[in-house]
Design a protein around this ligand. Structure first.
Ligand code: GLU
Length: 556
């Protein structure tokens, strides 16, 4: 009997388990599923695989939806969110489909293709240990299958916890993959896997097979780590009389050093920074946090997201971005991230590296997907982002920077009047590689004057203030009364006043005056253009800071 065939329309799905934020690997899978569906005028489905009660959370599901929308990966069917979702094959949350799974589970048990098993975790552990001792691969011994039916019935009636296992046929399984080619899995490589857990929920394997059939999925694109799972899914499809989708397994994504890109990388970076700085230098809040010592020692421990962010701030380190949300927070543009994600394990051929979504839809093909792992090259992504930011008009940059601050740094919008905020954004444009990378260095604009620290031992500050024949400090001293008298405080007026001073007293060399001014207002020698900087900062703070700076360097 030949298996029923699929309707001609291409239907792909992205099926995340909402156990946290959307990882770049997941985003790449979603992007390819989306592009392939569009290329074929098909449908892209989003299904939330939330049957793992322990790991799923509603907040995480919403995070996934928001991250996908931000990337512009809109789903035609799935959870309803903004203008996406809906569809005739729902519900699209697996936790709402339990009755459907039960129906098919019962069917397999009734047909003798699956069976109840009562082994406890301790019993299974003992059998695994035994196999290890004898240097054998552990395979479930089918203890459940040997039980007489009346026994099974009475134990179930008595409420004894039981799983359902699939009775694996003893034939080799041939996987045909659009990217990896053909592979044969010998029966001994798998065993009677669990398809329903003791809590009554189906396992991932079972739910995915039922849903792919009922949602009429024609093409399954997912990461290579699921390759062996495909063998399990195929035997289940055969047992249930389901159609077989086309499979395409995408290469894994590694860090440039060959390690797997994982959320643990953030903790790794933080631990290294703590060790370098010394735990005594951390804020009291962290030193006394329960479990911080264990976290330092145990490389598998992870800090809560908010604690990690706070610690990073405390240590002044940037966390490696792993999730889509991290890249958003770091000020990457969604279209740039999409472009870069598309290059992880695929390329359009030739020298073309920069392209938009329409190009990806047109050119995507399984033939050009690589088998070997892709490397995530942050420097390259950053350079793509830099180019894209520089290609924006200043107005566009200002709008994007405002939206970015609105989400992540509201203090700038609260503390600066709108015209000064816009001036700051515009002044930062040419210095920016991301929407975020001038944020830290712009803090001096909104800090209280007495928070600016002067370090007379700092080499460049010292040179700007005390070096040369006409030291910066002397210029500041002469400028102070002039600025105190200055009435109009805007870019043009300041340029006129300071420019005239520079002509008269600094031989026309603006740097001679601008650098000590920078030291005064920022504590460092780095700031945006000086007239803009002073305008945004305002007269009172400028004057205050010049006074404090003169004091600090007088004592040096
Ligand atoms: N929920 C699975 C995961 O997040 C989906 C795998 C699949 O696409 O079948 O890995």
């Amino acid at each position: 009997m030949s298996a029923p065939s699929h309707p001609p329309i291409v239907r792909t799905r992205f099926a995340p388990s909402p156990s946290g934020h959307l990882h770049v690997g997941g985003a790449r899978t979603a992007l390819f599923c989306w592009a392939f569906a569009h290329q074929n005028h098909g449908r892209f489905i989003l299904r939330i695989e939330d049957t793992d009660q322990k790991r799923s959370s509603d907040a995480a599901s919403v995070g996934f939806l928001r991250d996908l929308k931000w990337l512009g990966i809109n789903w035609d069917e799935g959870p309803e969110f903004e203008d996406c979702g809906g569809g005739d094959y729902g519900p699209y949350f697996q936790s709402q489909r339990l009755e459907t799974y039960t129906k098919y589970l019962d069917q397999l048990v009734a047909e003798g293709k699956a069976y109840y098993a009562f082994d406890t975790a301790a019993e299974l552990d003992a059998k695994r240990a035994e196999a290890r001792k004898e240097n054998q691969n552990y395979r479930y011994d089918r203890a459940g299958l040997m039980l007489p039916p009346e026994d099974v019935e009475s134990r179930l009636k008595a409420g004894e916890p039981a799983v359902i296992r699939f009775k694996l046929p003893e034939q080799p399984i041939v996987i045909r993959d659009e990217i990896l080619g053909e592979a044969t899995i010998a029966p001994g490589q798998l065993d009677d896997f669990v398809i329903r857990k003791a809590d009554g929920y189906p396992t991932y394997h079972f739910a995915v097979v039922v849903d792919d059939e009922l949602m009429q999925v024609t093409h399954v694109l997912r990461a290579q780590e699921h390759f062996m799972n495909t063998a399990r899914h195929m035997v289940l499809q055969d047992a249930l009389g389901f159609r077989r989708p086309v499979y395409a397994h995408l290469p894994l994504i590694f860090n440039p050093d060959g390690s797997k890109m994982s959320k643990r990388d953030k903790d790794k970076a933080l631990r290294a920074a703590v060790r370098e700085k010394g735990i005594d230098d951390l804020s009291a809040e962290f030193r006394t946090t329960a479990g911080i010592d264990e976290w330092l020692r145990d490389k598998d421990r992870q800090l809560e997201f908010d604690s990690a962010l706070m610690l990073a701030d405390d240590l002044n380190v940037s966390l490696p971005e792993i999730n889509v949300d991290d890249f958003r927070r770091s000020g990457y543009l969604p279209e740039v991230l999409c472009n870069y994600l598309a290059l992880l394990g695929w390329n359009p051929g030739g020298d073309v590296e920069k392209f938009d979504r329409d190009f990806l839809i047109e050119k995507f093909s399984f033939e050009r997907v690589l088998k070997s792992p892709a490397k995530f090259d942050r420097a390259k992504l950053l350079s793509f982002n830099h180019d894209a930011i520089q290609a924006l008009s200043t107005e566009q940059f200002v709008d994007l920077f405002r939206a970015h601050c609105n989400e992540f740094h509201t203090e700038f919008l609260e503390k600066l009047p709108p015209e000064h905020f816009d001036l700051l954004a515009a002044a930062n444009h040419k210095r920016s590689k991301t929407l975020d990378d001038q944020v830290r260095s712009s803090r001096f604009f909104i800090e209280p004057d007495d928070a600016i620290e002067y370090d007379p031992t700092d080499k460049s500050a010292r040179r700007a203030m005390l070096g040369g024949e006409s030291p910066g400090r002397a210029h500041l001293e002469s400028l102070l009364p002039i600025l105190e008298e200055q009435e109009d405080w805007d870019v043009v007026s300041l340029e006129r006043t300071i420019g005239a001073y520079v002509q008269q007293h600094a031989g026309g060399n603006l740097g001679k005056v601008a650098q000590p001014l920078r030291v005064a207002v920022t504590g460092t020698t780095i700031s945006p253009a000086i007239y803009e900087t002073l305008t945004i900062l305002g007269k009172v703070s400028t004057v205050n800071r010049i006074r404090r700076c003169l004091d600090a360097f007088a004592m040096a």
